[in-house]
Structures are given as structure tokens and as C-alpha cells.
Design a protein around this ligand. Structure first.
Ligand SMILES: [Zn+2]
Length: 200
């Protein structure tokens, strides 16, 4: 349904930079993460979900009905399984399952000239929100897994957090969704050790 940004003014280096930033696979994967995190509370706040869509280039105003948000959340919960996969083989088999069941054929869209041509896996530009989220996320996560040969993302290791994140291409294994969660868990572990008499 939504175009992933407008390139109507695409000329010159700044516009080119904006185009590649907005349409890179990594940006699409980050949008998936931001949407899954906004959709993880039960019930999700429609305003928070709409804010993410706007932030990632969806033309406003974005009005989401309760049914739209429920549809998006169902897709988000399915996609979560890919982030929970701890190795690349499992992530690939879970992505394959979603691709077989929930997406259409690969096609190109420019949203009637409103955006640069880019690939879509949903059945139609007017597909329902849930179908769009599942298809666009599967596309981005598939390309990331292909490129890196590792799971495209992970789930925050903090027991009080449900947030997902994108795995870095290289560098140390990431365990937490944010610095905030990492700090909170480090402090908690420190307190547990102190309460236990300094052991372990
Ligand atoms: Zn977290």
C-alpha cells in the first residue's frame, strides 16, 4: 500500500543521497524493527504506529483504524519468529515459511510515478496493511540474510523488553535493543552479585 518515500525532487547529490538512504534495504529493515516495536504492546497505540510510518516516508495523513492496527500486529507477531531465530539456518527456514504463505510474486512498483521503482512482494499497491508489512519486511530481511549469511536480527536479551533489532553486518554480537536496556541489565546483574555476597 504505502510508497516508501517520494523521489519527485530527485536530482543533485543531496536528493540522490536522500533517495539511497530512504530506499536502502537497511532503512527498510529498520522500518520493520520500528514497526514491530511500536506494535509489540497489547493493544498497540495507533498514533505510535502511524508516527513510525510517517517517519519512514509514508505520505500523511496516516489514519489507521483499529482493524488496520490489528492486521499490522498479526503480521508483526509472525515476523517476530524470524528475529527469535538464533542461527542463520533457522532464520532462513522461518523466512521461507513466511514467503511461501504470506507474500505474492516479486514485482516492481513506482506507486504511479510517486517514488523510484522498487521491488514489492505484496499482491497490489492497495494491499491491506498487514500484507504490506509482512511482504516488505520479508523482502528486506531476506536480502539482509542473503548479504550477510547470518540472522538478520535479534530480540532484546532484557527479560522486561520485547523489542527487536537489526544485527550489525560485522562487529560484536549484539544482545540488547538499546543502550538503555544494556545499562539496566548491567546494573541489575551488579545488584544481584552484591546481594549474593559478592560471589559469582
Ligand atoms: Zn530492550
Amino acid at each position: 500500500m504505502p510508497p516508501s518515500g517520494s523521489a519527485s525532487s530527485a536530482s543533485g547529490p543531496a536528493a540522490t543521497h536522500e533517495w539511497s538512504t530512504r530506499h536502502s534495504v537497511l532503512t527498510l529493515a529498520r522500518r520493520t524493527v520500528a514497526l514491530l516495536n511500536a506494535l509489540s504492546p497489547e493493544p498497540p497505540e495507533p498514533e505510535a504506529v502511524a508516527a513510525v510510518l510517517l517517519e519512514y516516508g509514508e505520505p500523511g495523513p496516516v489514519r489507521l483504524t483499529e482493524a488496520d492496527v490489528a492486521d499490522l500486529r498479526a503480521a508483526a507477531e509472525e515476523l517476530r519468529a524470524v528475529f527469535e531465530a538464533t542461527d542463520v539456518d533457522l532464520a532462513a527456514s522461518r523466512l521461507n515459511r513466511l514467503l511461501a504463505r504470506g507474500t505474492g510474486s516479486l514485482r516492481l512498483s513506482s506507486h504511479h510515478g510517486e517514488s523510484p521503482w522498487h521491488p514489492h512482494l505484496d499482491s497490489d499497491d492497495e494491499a491491506p496493511w498487514g500484507e504490506w508489512l509482512l511482504a516488505s519486511s520479508c523482502l528486506a530481511l531476506t536480502v539482509l540474510l542473503w548479504d550477510r549469511q547470518e540472522p538478520p536480527g535479534g530480540v532484546c536479551a532484557s527479560p522486561s523488553c520485547r523489542h527487536v533489532f537489526i544485527t550489525r553486518g560485522s562487529g560484536p554480537d549484539r544482545r540488547y535493543c538499546s543502550r538503555r536496556c544494556a545499562t539496566r541489565e548491567r546494573v541489575a546483574a551488579h545488584r544481584r552479585r552484591a546481594a549474593g555476597g559478592g560471589g559469582g
